[in-house]
Design a protein around this ligand. Structure first.
Ligand code: C2E
Ligand code: MG
Ligand code: MG
Ligand code: MG
Length: 283
């Protein structure tokens, strides 16, 4: 019956679907051009130690200004790049740019850890470790300053290949963080068995820690669980002094969010770091 239906009915896209498909094609086409024309840049968001307020590092976030489309969010174009087979090129560009800029800061006496986001797709070809280690070597950036951020999806889709790459990176001193923790599908056993150093609690949980529900206890449990596995905990999306104060009580290690600072260009970050005083974020 359903077969019959499938044969006889024509599948119409709704106008919205049609629009979305069209724009995905359009974005995919423009992405190739963006790579050729240098339309990307990186911004950096500070990460502080919760206890001391000390600036520890930054997360690198890609930005695309398209002459045709204007500013396009990475939430929109990263998935398109993944489907269009362009994520390796885009990801490699982001990686090299982040390493080069971190090295420039280091040469000026500003030592920052750099966290870079990776897509699950980048791990499927099994060349991530080699390419990353080659770049660290090219720029002479100490591997200890580098953090790979990946999401739980990486472990679900190609767990063994991913694990293999992570082990190799960690042998060289690179650290590994799970991003958006709590939103994916990873089980405790994954987390326990994979080669990891840090967990980044997704901002959807952090936004609830001051609400009148179990939000605070949930984050407490995530922090305690991570510490039990000897993982460092970073809170994402810290938007108020009150959030930060609660995280301090809960024993969270690091924090990142608009309350501390928004993502900035490399040169703005330099100025910000120069005038930043530990303690000012907690007010
Ligand atoms: P993410 O890695 O979880 O990055 C955190 C996102 O939260 C960033 O959005 C950041 O600007 C935003 N954010 C930071 N603090 C706050 C806050 O206090 N409140 C709120 N509401 N948001 C905050 P952005 O830059 O738009 O990036 C979105 C996502 O795109 C990233 O999520 C990451 O998954 C992906 N992405 C960004 N850059 C890259 C990249 O170079 N490579 C790959 N593969 N993905 C990237
Ligand atoms: Mg991230
Ligand atoms: Mg995140
Ligand atoms: Mg995210």
């Amino acid at each position: 019956h359903s077969k019959e239906q499938g044969r006889n009915s024509i599948c119409f896209f709704s106008p919205a679907q049609h629009e979305a498909t069209l724009s995905r094609y359009r974005i995919a086409g423009l992405l190739q051009q963006a790579l050729d024309n240098d339309e990307f840049h990186m911004v950096y968001q500070p990460q502080i130690e919760v206890d001391s307020g000390k600036l520890i590092g930054v997360e690198a976030l890609i930005r695309w200004y398209s002459p045709q489309l204007g500013q396009v969010s990475p939430e929109v174009f990263i998935p398109v790049a993944e489907d269009a087979g362009l994520i390796e090129a885009v990801g490699y560009w982001a990686l090299e740019q982040s390493i080069a800029e971190t090295m420039k800061w280091l040469e000026k006496g500003l030592e920052l850890k750099i966290s870079v986001n990776f897509s699950a797709r980048q791990f499927q070809r099994g060349e991530v470790a080699s390419r990353l280690l080659a770049l660290l070597n090219k720029y002479q950036l100490p591997a200890e300053l580098f953090v790979v951020e990946l999401t739980e999806t990486c472990f679900v889709h190609s767990a063994e290949a991913t694990e293999c790459e992570l082990v190799r990176l960690r042998e060289h001193g690179v650290r590994i963080a799970i991003d958006d923790f709590g939103t994916g599908f990873s089980s405790l056993s994954y987390i326990r068995n994979m080669s990891l150093d840090m967990i980044k609690i997704d901002r959807s949980f952090i936004s609830q820690i001051n609400a009148e529900n179990s939000g605070g206890r949930l984050v407490q449990a995530m922090i305690d669980m991570s510490h039990a596995m000897e993982l460092e905990v970073v809170a994402e999306g810290v938007e108020s002094a009150q959030d930060l104060a609660v995280l301090k009580q809960l024993g969270c290690d690091m924090a990142q969010g608009y309350h501390i600072a928004r993502p900035m260009t490399a040169s703005d970050l330099e100025g910000w770091a120069m005038s930043y005083e530990p303690g000012q974020a907690s007010g």
